[in-house]
Design a protein around this ligand. Structure first.
Ligand code: IFM
Length: 617
């Protein structure tokens, strides 16, 4: 039984993998072994973070047992030796304890690890397991999504949900790495994956964890302010890729230039506030983040004469990493608009409703009325490139000027293209790594007409390679909403199976956590049609015809709604809470406890055997 402190050294040209470390990343501080227990004390080489990791064992055997426990700089090991007759059992239970801190006096974390091990061994495996089970059951009671009529898909969905739990349950003031804690891909770094793909799931299933993930960004505001100064601006610029608040992107064009991260973070904060009703979060640090990020957009963009005075943002990269450093990326501009409007609302609301918090915010940020007026104007006049004839929103103002990519001449085994073509080659073409405008049609749906959303999807879908695992789930959500159920199911399956079939040949580097969150989105926002960014809860159920049932729960302002979709119709039940207004398609429905409301599916009569509930008028 071992505690291993170092993975194998590896080098690779694949940008999705960790670069590997020239030196061992953990510096050993102390190592002790005693009986069946070993405890290691370590520090991270660059940041000096401290950790202690210990293991202990109980051994049950009727035969005499010899234990050899050793601990050294590079790990610890226990050998259990016994002479057993055939059929004679020997049971080893292993307990592992782990404590960390940014700073800690020598020996402090070791003492904590020892106490945790003492308690675990005293309580025994069954107690530890019982406690664990209680917490995990709580997770499933809020988060499970049930599918009937497709057993393997049900299993795959739970695999994704399980990994969301693993990645988020013990955030402990840190972010959610792109690979959770399952692998070394992306070196444990945090991206927008958290705010756009994972936080929506947390908001609706475990808002406390959502708050934790967002609080981490608040704690990084100082570093984001420094970063803004470094690139010549006021306000705050969150790093595209980070672990400690500093920008860690390896490649400027497809990394650092993704300024939209600022708006993704504030979008998630507003979404959290609107759905949970947790005002305290915005009254506290959230408001400061809104203000400082809004400032950055004003610094970055300008009112362009060339565009009739519209607010333009140039030389940025949107979500699609195959098209970089462009002018007026529609996603960035639309999300910046949300960010600016959000900052204006927060200022107005605090001034009226929370004068003390307002005064604190003014003291911390020295915002002027002119500034706020500037945010309002920039939002109003935000330029969004559109193509009149095609009736679509352009990914960026020059997107159509790029040479079409020859998909017919691209061998299937050269996907993902990023491993086979130089980025500069990709950047010149109309070829998309991951949803960009299509993602905007979901997040800021109100900015698009229905027809425009469909035409936009029709245009970009064939150009989208899905070389990023962040793509399929959102393609599924929009395919559902524009009426392409087969496509929606196909993309959903791509998202939910990505790690189970190792579709991108890199699951060994870690699970794709954004795709796990996206899987939940495809189910709940796609097939369930949930939209509630502004706090109004709307469902538009569209059950795949291959399934017999899709059932899930969502939390809204402390209340829990169960949505139960069958081919015959959808039943809404208020599981927790006193009363909630929701929309079923275009109809306003009031949910109260103990009174399920059922609506039949559009063109199909309700099946008599489906459910005993009366059909509502
Ligand atoms: O954040 C993503 C990005 O959008 C595409 N490349 C991988 C990153 C980490 O998952």
């Amino acid at each position: 039984s071992e505690l291993v402190t170092h993975g194998p050294a590896e080098t690779s040209d694949d940008p999705r993998r960790g670069r590997g470390f020239a030196e061992k990343v953990l510096v050993p501080l102390s190592a002790r072994a005693d009986g069946a227990r070993a405890v290691l004390e370590l520090a991270t080489r660059n940041s000096g973070m401290r950790l202690a990791c210990g293991m202990d064992h109980t051994v049950e055997s009727s035969a005499p047992v010899e234990l050899r426990c050793t601990a050294a700089d590079d790990g610890a090991r226990l050998e259990v030796l016994a002479h057993l007759e055939a059929g004679e059992p020997l049971r080893v239970s292993k307990f592992v304890a782990y404590h960390w801190a940014g700073k800690a006096p020598d020996g402090d974390l070791v003492a904590r690890a020892v106490r945790t091990l003492d308690r675990a061994v005293r309580d025994g495996y069954h107690m530890v397991e019982f406690d664990h089970r209680r917490r995990v059951e709580d997770f499933w009671s809020h988060s499970d999504v049930q599918i009937e009529g497709a057993l393997e898909i049900q299993q795959a969905v739970r695999f994704n949900l399980f990994h969301l739990m693993q990645a988020t349950a013990r955030g402990e003031g840190l972010g959610v790495p792109a690979k959770g804690v399952t692998g070394r891909g992306y070196e444990g770094h945090y991206f927008w994956d958290t705010e756009i793909y994972v936080v929506p799931f947390l908001i609706h299933t475990n808002p406390r964890w959502a708050r934790q993930a967002l609080a981490f960004r608040c704690a990084m505001l100082g570093a984001a302010r420094d970063r803004a100064r470094e690139v010549g601006h006021r306000g705050a610029l969150y790093p595209w890729r980070t672990i400690s608040g500093q920008e860690a992107s390896a490649w400027y064009a497809a990394g650092t230039a993704q300024y939209h991260i600022n708006a993704d973070i504030t979008y998630a904060m507003r979404h959290y506030r609107n759905v949970t009703g947790d005002l305290a979060f915005l009254i506290g640090d959230g408001a400061e983040v809104m203000v400082e990020t809004a400032r950055l957009w004003i610094e970055l963009g300008f009112f362009s004469e060339h565009r009739g005075g519209r607010f333009c943002i140039n030389s940025v990269t949107g979500p699609d990493e195959y098209t970089t450093v462009v002018n007026n990326n529609a996603y960035t501009n639309l999300m910046a608009k949300e960010n600016l409007e959000g900052a204006v609302h927060v200022m107005e609301w605090l001034a009226g409703a929370e004068p003390d918090a307002y005064a604190r915010l003014m003291a911390a940020t020295a915002v002027t009325e002119d500034e706020v007026e500037g945010w309002r104007r920039a939002a109003e006049l935000m330029y969004v490139p559109r193509h009149e004839e095609l009736g679509i929103v352009l990914q960026d103002e020059d997107f159509l000027a790029r040479k079409p990519w020859d998909f017919d001449a691209t061998p299937v085994d050269t996907f993902p293209l990023l491993l086979h073509y130089h980025p500069l080659e990709l950047y010149r073409h109309q070829v998309i790594k991951q949803t960009d405008v299509v993602l905007a049609t979901y997040l800021v749906e109100h900015e698009f007409s229905k027809d425009e959303t469909r035409r936009t999807f029709d245009y970009y879908d064939p150009l989208t390679t899905g070389d990023s695992t962040l793509s399929a789930s959102i393609q599924s959500v929009i395919a559902s909403s524009v009426g392409y159920p087969e496509k929606a199911l196909e993309y959903f399956l791509d998202a939910c199976a990505v790690d189970l079939i190792d579709a991108h040949h890199n699951t060994a580097d870690g699970i794709h956590i954004a795709s796990c969150g996206g899987t939940w989105l495809a189910l709940v926002a796609g097939f369930g049609g949930l939209r509630d960014f502004d706090g109004d809860v709307r469902f538009h159920p569209r059950l795949p015809k291959e399934w017999d049932r899709l059932r899930f729960r969502v939390q809204v302002r402390g209340q829990v709604v169960e949505v139960d979709m069958t081919p015959a119709g959808t039943t809404y039940r208020l599981i927790e809470g006193h009363g909630l207004l929701i929309h079923h398609t275009d109809e306003l429905v009031r949910l109260v406890p103990d009174t399920p409301v059922r609506r039949s599916a559009p063109s199909e009569p309700a099946r008599a055997d489906d459910d005993e509930l009366p059909l509502a008028a």
